[in-house]
Design a protein around this ligand. Structure first.
Ligand SMILES: [Zn+2]
Length: 306
């Protein structure tokens, strides 16, 4: 009986793991709005701390954290590889040297890969953006992203939003060119030939962001992610956004969109870190008053010495 149960459980797990590769995004309606229900099951359906969410200022609470520490975001990624995984285009590197900490993150997180969603998964005040880039990291005490994805706060994702502009984005252009012919078939990959720096893909204003605890936005939707979504978006041209839609899935269909529906916040804290310019202006004012005081003291001393 016990043996039969083991075989049954093992069989079930095999079937689930095979199926988990063949999931699809909910269908887009004729008006372009995705209103079909996803059918991903498991934690994706049962979880109470799922992602993405609407990052509503109304629903957020104020936070203040020390600045982020980005290690090797300014050095070219080692042997980056760009692949069509059937759900997005993803750029991976050998994990190790690139990491992020600070910014209220509960640890140091090693960079694994980044990928794109068109349109954006997170909304800000119910506004959707053209594109969202996810930089995926795992906490350094775990040996891999797979292992870290099973633990609360095991994974840290930085979300970067893009808005449509007249000017093309030159870094995105480079990524699209380096992708070559990977768009047409799942599993196709290319070695990235140019230099690729994560720094080039971050917005300028890194002090303003949303922070909440959520999940991976693809099956099995593990609730392991500490999310950071930067407030400031980056420009991209409409033509560039359209080129992402040439990515084909495992059924040879063009991936016109690859974003998940927003999920309920439930009882989670959504923290907004403003990093206001008023604060830095005030500290600048304080510093200049201090310098005025110092020069006054020096002048007085100088006068006395004469
Ligand atoms: Zn993602």
């Amino acid at each position: 009986m016990y043996k039969a149960l083991v075989i049954f459980v093992a069989g079930y797990l095999t079937v689930t793991s095979v199926n988990s590769d063949h999931w699809h995004y909910a269908v887009e309606g004729p008006n372009g709005v995705v209103n079909d229900n996803e059918d991903w099951g498991g934690m994706c359906a049962a979880g109470m701390r799922q992602s993405p969410v609407d990052l509503a200022h109304d629903a957020s609470i104020k936070g203040e954290y020390p600045g982020f520490i980005f290690e090797n975001y300014d050095t070219p990624m080692k042997t980056p590889d760009i692949i069509n995984n059937g759900h997005s285009i993803q750029i991976s590197t050998t994990p190790g040297e690139i990491s992020v900490s600070g910014g209220g993150l509960p640890g140091t997180y090693i960079f694994d890969q980044m990928h794109f969603h068109w349109a954006s998964e997170h909304l800000i005040n119910n506004d959707r953006y053209a594109l969202e880039l996810h930089m995926v990291h795992h906490e350094k005490r775990f040996e891999s992203i797979t292992r870290a994805a099973q633990e609360k706060n095991g994974v840290a994702v930085l979300g970067i939003l893009f808005h449509v502009s007249l000017e093309p984005n030159m870094i995105i252009e480079n990524i699209l060119l380096n992708a070559g012919n990977i768009f047409e078939a799942v599993g196709r990959n290319q070695t990235y030939k140019d230099k690729l720096l994560l720094d080039d893909l971050l917005p300028k204003r890194l002090q303003s962001y949303f922070r909440y605890e959520g999940s991976l936005t693809t099956p099995g939707c593990g609730e392991a992610v500490v999310w950071t979504v930067f407030d400031q978006s980056i420009p991209i041209s409409m033509d560039q956004v359209e080129r992402f839609k040439a990515v084909q899935d495992d059924e040879g269909q063009k991936l016109t969109h690859n974003y998940r529906h927003i999920q309920p916040l439930n009882s989670r804290a959504l923290v907004y870190i403003q990093g206001s310019t008023e604060y830095s202006a005030a500290s600048f004012k304080g510093a200049s008053m201090f310098l005025m005081f110092v020069s006054l003291v020096i002048t007085t001393l100088g006068m006395k010495l004469k």
